[in-house]
Design a protein around this ligand. Structure first.
Ligand SMILES: NC(=O)C1=CN([C@@H]2O[C@H](COP(=O)(O)OP(=O)(O)OC[C@H]3O[C@@H](n4cnc5c(N)ncnc54)[C@H](O)[C@@H]3O)[C@@H](O)[C@H]2O)C=CC1
Ligand SMILES: O=C(O)C(=O)COP(=O)(O)O
Length: 411
């Protein structure tokens, strides 16, 4: 891998924002002097990304854009990725790290929005609203109490009791629901919520099952034919986590065969790249299935907060080198460096790196005002504040150290 020079004035730092990231992000970048920005409303295909990212230093995406090894290998100037969302499964985090690219996200700016939507869906499904609404649009009139229920007293089964799952748990109890949850980690039960030991336990006890797990190898297709058959007859199913967690054909069969009374689905194994592309799904046309276009986190409040939060992290990394709250990188929180030059060196974590760096510094006999080092099993990140005008020369020497991935200088 070639070592790339990144010591640029801000107007030369190119930022690409995809998928309609909120204008609050753009404003924050501009406030900090970053003006070289391209903003697009949709995501891009692999090939389009590879072409576009050749000269991009910072890219902002949401849940749709896939950043894989091919893209990182081509994006030679890239220093950071901002996921303007919670999930980071769309990014190959290990590949990003191998290429010295730091990834940030917004871990809880849209948590409440998802929890509120799911709560609303619980009520809608219990009342059979999706099918009644669809029928009314065709001139039907399904006025009946049959199969319509209150939320009070029903059991909500939450799979994944993290930020969203636990927030939903609190809101659901306020409606008088009983909450049970299943998580692979021990989690503090909030209110009167009760943990169960297995997914099967949860499926067989809950009136409504809702998924709030991340996309991981373990969660792929965690709901399939067998799991749907374990759910209570006439129970309800909600997925606002990731489309790959559910076997969508199995869900369609469970709804069409009448085992499930209804479902609300916000995320799909394949989603359109943007609003102009057709949505294709075996769930289309099933009236008791409420379909939403991956908008669990899409509220004005959440998007505005996410915009400033993630753009703030990107600016901080670009201006100051701080990797605090990065999802794939050793975390280094740094003071300002008003009177010194700051050198950043990202390298493979192999023996002798710090030694090699420090022997270059000692050759120049300069005062090192501060040095910060963090490593993980794959990479090391060293930040040096130096009192010297020879920063560029020193950096050029450091780039030649075998194992160097990226190095840049902040003025
Ligand atoms: N529909 C939408 O617009 C949105 C969807 N999401 C999705 O929701 C997911 C969850 O978000 P948060 O609650 O913030 O994440 P979180 O990381 O706070 O919670 C996830 C929980 O799932 C648990 N978990 C992981 N694997 C599991 C397994 N195999 N079985 C049971 N539990 C498991 C974890 O231990 C953790 O407690 C995100 O990863 C994202 O994919 C997030 C925001 C918006
Ligand atoms: O925050 C998440 O993980 C989401 O799924 C929301 O994705 P979005 O920003 O709406 O594409």
């Amino acid at each position: 891998m070639s070592v790339v020079k990144q010591s640029l004035s801000k107007d030369k730092i190119k930022i690409l924002m995809l998928e309609g990231v909120h204008p609050s992000a753009i404003k924050l970048f501009e406030r900090h002097g970053y003006t070289n920005m391209e903003v697009l409303p949709s995501s891009l295909s692999d090939d389009e990304l590879i072409e576009k990212m050749k000269d991009v230093h910072i890219v902002g995406i949401r849940s749709r854009t896939q950043l894989n090894e091919r893209v990182f290998a081509a994006a030679e100037k890239l220093i950071a990725v901002g996921c303007f969302c919670i999930g980071t499964n769309q990014v190959d985090l290990a590949a990003a790290k191998r290429h010295g690219v730091v990834v940030f996200n917004a871990p809880f700016s849209n948590t409440r929005s998802v929890a509120e939507l799911v709560l609303a869906e619980v009520i809608m499904l219990l009342r059979g609203i999706p099918a009644k609404n669809a029928s009314a649009h065709r001139g039907g009139w399904l006025k009946s109490a049959k199969n319509s229920f209150e939320a009070r007293g029903k059991t909500l089964g939450i799979v994944g009791y993290g930020h969203i799952g636990s927030q939903l748990s609190v809101l659901a109890e306020q409606l008088g629901m009983q909450v049970i949850y299943y998580d692979i980690e021990d989690k503090l039960p909030l209110g009167n919520a009760m943990p169960v030991h297995t997914l099967d336990d949860l499926l067989s006890q809950a009136d409504i099952v809702t998924l709030h797990v991340p996309e991981t190898e373990q969660t792929q297709m965690m709901m399939g034919v067998r799991q749907f058959s374990r759910m209570k007859p006439n129970s309800l199913f909600i997925n606002a986590s990731r489309g790959t967690v559910v076997d969508i054909e199995a869900l369609a069969s469970a709804l069409q065969g009448g085992h499930l009374a209804g479902a609300a689905i916000d995320v799909f194994p394949v989603e359109p790249k943007g609003n102009n592309e057709e949505f294709l799904s075996p769930l289309r046309g099933i009236d008791n299935c409420l379909l939403t276009p991956h908008i669990g986190g899409s509220t004005m409040e959440a998007q505005e907060n996410i915009g400033t939060e993630v753009a703030g992290k990107l600016v901080r990394y670009s201006d100051n080198g701080s990797t605090l709250s990065a999802v794939n990188f050793p975390e280094v929180s740094l003071p300002t460096h008003d009177t010194t030059r700051r050198l950043l060196h990202i390298h493979k974590n192999q023996p002798g790196m710090l030694n090699a760096i420090n022997s270059i510094l000692s050759e120049y006999q300069i005062n090192v005002a501060g040095q910060y080092l963090q490593t993980d099993e794959a990479v090391g990140y060293v930040v040096m504040d130096i009192d010297s005008n020879n920063g560029s020369e020193i950096l050029a020497r450091m780039r030649k150290i075998p194992g160097t991935i990226r190095a840049r200088q902040l003025f």
